[in-house]
Design a protein around this ligand. Sequence first.
Ligand SMILES: NC(=O)c1ccc[n+]([C@@H]2O[C@H](COP(=O)([O-])OP(=O)(O)OC[C@H]3O[C@@H](n4cnc5c(N)ncnc54)[C@H](O)[C@@H]3O)[C@@H](O)[C@H]2O)c1
Length: 398
Amino acid sequence: MRRPADIGAAVIGSGFIGTVHIEALRRMGVQVRGLLGSTPERGAQSAERLGVAHAYASLDDLLADDAVEVVHVTSPNHLHHPQVKAILAAGRHVVCEKPLAMTSAESAELVDLAAGSGRVNAVNFNIRFYPLNQHVSELVASGAIGDVRLVSGHYFQDWLLLETDWNWRLQPELGGALRAVGDIGSHWLDLMAFTTGLEVTEVMADLTTFIPTRKQPTGPVETFSTERASETVARPIGTEDTATILLRFSNGARGTVAISQLSPGRKNSLEYEIDGSAAAVSWDSEQPDQLWIGHREAANEILIRNPALMGDAGQAAAFLPGGHVEGFADTFRALFSAVYADVATGGPSAAPTYPTFAAGHDEMLVGDAVADSARSGRWTAVARETAIEPQLEGSVPS
Ligand SMILES: NC(=O)c1ccc[n+]([C@@H]2O[C@H](COP(=O)([O-])OP(=O)(O)OC[C@H]3O[C@@H](n4cnc5c(N)ncnc54)[C@H](O)[C@@H]3O)[C@@H](O)[C@H]2O)c1
């Protein structure tokens, strides 16, 4: 079996999340051969800052490096599709940031190209890899909470609260037609699909833009930056600041989620509760080492993340003993560890334990239904190619 240290990787983008990718790869022992920035000069500056040996001049230059087997795509969303296509065409494995593409037509094409390539393909829905979320997935699958009936929660941030807050995500040609839903809602929706094992089949969505004009700085802005630019231009905004969505799941379960990028005080707050017929589970990303387990006939429980008290998947994602808090950056290492186990064998396993391009495409299809529903004001089915049979027909009134 090849070790991570035998595998070379390159990272495209070295902003907020590209830096986290590089650090996680290093912790695993993967050789980070180099990075690619928006320009050769900016790439060279990032390489210097991060202590990465090389800055590539272009994607062609990166793909000419025979020692690079895996490419991580952490550039802004509009670049994912063309860059992933080029990477797959060059025979490399890919880890792409979410959202996988700008449209579901693009993401469908990437699913096909990845399947044809035989290369490992992953979308970085890292929140699945908090150990307790892996544990919840196993708990639900084991039947410990009974039939899933109600799934509820939110994903709130506050970094786009002010009209002076700016980021490339506010430009639909760079970030996509859905903003809060595509950027953070996709994480919540993917996490619920993963933990419950269910698909969202229909949505009823309300999208709202509370700040219809923003002040765009004339210079570049870092993600999550709170600096105020002195020179700005007024830009009309059409993408949603908030979304409230009702959900129907493939087993007849119901759901509701609120998504917002302007919730004061909420820095990065993803919460969910899954109510089953026997028990409930609830988790909060700002307290990620604690899982609430609710009971009707017994005292409720708090499970503190602890490899000794979780199933195989929870244990595999945990690196430290209980009581030694793990967090956001650790989820990247856990997800990449699963991905690189497949890379070591040369291709995807029969049932990858990490989110593949298929999961990334599915979130794009759910996003399409959200956008259609918001436009029409009606319940809208997620347009998957094959119809999904209800698994627990009759358990929940339709
Ligand atoms: N999984 C997560 O938790 C998570 C969190 C944040 C961001 N993301 C995703 O990661 C991606 C990047 O987001 P970010 O917040 O790091 O943005 P960012 O603006 O901080 O970083 C983007 C980087 O891409 C680089 N870049 C721009 N054009 C490029 C080009 N042509 N070639 C190569 N590099 C280029 C920029 O110089 C910058 O280094 C987005 O798709 C976003 O959705 C995921």
